[in-house]
Ligand binder design. Structure first.
Ligand SMILES: C[S@@+](CC[C@H](N)C(=O)[O-])C[C@H]1O[C@@H](n2cnc3c(N)ncnc32)[C@H](O)[C@@H]1O
Length: 256
């Protein structure tokens, strides 16, 4: 569980993690350190995403999405249609683990628990959505969790019309998350199109990548659109990551 891994990294020998851009679990799945860096930054900063509608592009196994849900964000995590089954299964597993943990903690009266966690998985061309809700008794309303929707979304204009996000009325997102998604230059144009599709004057976009200097071409292309301000974020040090490897950015729309 990502929040627990972050806490361990803060107290353990950080250097061993700083040299690698991912952690491998016993079942062979991977957790990209970039997502830990961004989640840690969001947890530590006032501009937290609690109660905010968050769109994550290229969510992988949804570790960051679940972490953001646990700090109160209403997350729509997205993946290519063929990856959506794995994303949904992983999110369900992580949220079940969170629920178990919280239920164990509920014996302590001062413990804060979630009020509701929800998974709503939607793929392309699927007549009925698959919805799983996990409701938890709440002992504190001041610290409830958010939700996670898992939705198929492939980047680019041509693929967009097949996504459930194109078919239905979707309220604007407050933030877009890009964690380790700008590694492949052949996807840059499609990714830029998708970001623009969900942008509005108040959107905040967070991008994070570890050890991918070649990916800066993406930011050059973003800059050339003339629509966005890109500001580097340098306060990520509490996980002990190498400053030369971590690149985190906050992207907002230029004010007219
Ligand atoms: C390096 S992984 C990062 C996963 C996740 N963001 C994380 O930090 O753990 C990149 C993800 O982007 C997704 N992806 C790549 N190209 C995509 C595309 N054209 N449309 C949608 N997702 C894409 C991949 O399926 C993959 O899960």
């Amino acid at each position: 569980m990502v929040l627990e891994i972050i806490e361990k990294l803060k107290v353990s020998s950080k250097a061993s993690n700083a040299t690698q851009d991912f952690i491998e679990f016993d079942d062979g799945t991977m957790l990209w350190n970039a997502s830990l860096v961004l989640l840690n930054y969001i947890c530590e900063h006032e501009d937290s995403l609690k109660g905010k509608r968050v769109l994550e592009l290229g969510s992988g196994l949804g570790h960051l999405a679940v972490g953001l849900c646990r700090v109160g964000a209403l997350v729509t995590c997205t993946e290519r249609p063929k990856e959506l089954i794995d994303l949904t299964a992983s999110v369900q597993k992580q949220l079940s683990d969170v629920r178990l943990k919280l239920e164990q903690q509920m014996t302590a009266p001062e413990t804060c628990t979630a009020s509701s966690i929800r998974i709503h998985s939607k793929n392309y061309d699927c007549p009925s959505d698959q919805e799983t809700s996990q409701h938890l008794a709440s002992s504190s309303t001041s610290c409830s969790m958010g939700s996670v929707d898992a939705v198929a979304l492939e980047w680019g204009e041509e693929a967009f019309c097949r996504s459930p996000l194109a078919r239905e009325e979707v309220a604007p997102f407050d933030a877009i998350i890009l964690a380790e998604v700008v590694y492949n230059t052949s996807y840059h144009q499609d990714l830029l199109w998708t970001i623009q599709k969900f942008s509005h004057p108040d959107i905040v976009i967070y991008s994070v990548m570890v050890d991918r200097p070649f990916s800066f071409m993406f930011f050059a292309q973003l800059h050339d659109l003339g629509l966005y301000d890109v500001e580097p974020i340098t306060e990520y040090d509490s996980l002990g990551m190498d400053k030369n490897m971590v690149h985190m950015h906050r992207i907002t729309m230029k004010k007219k």
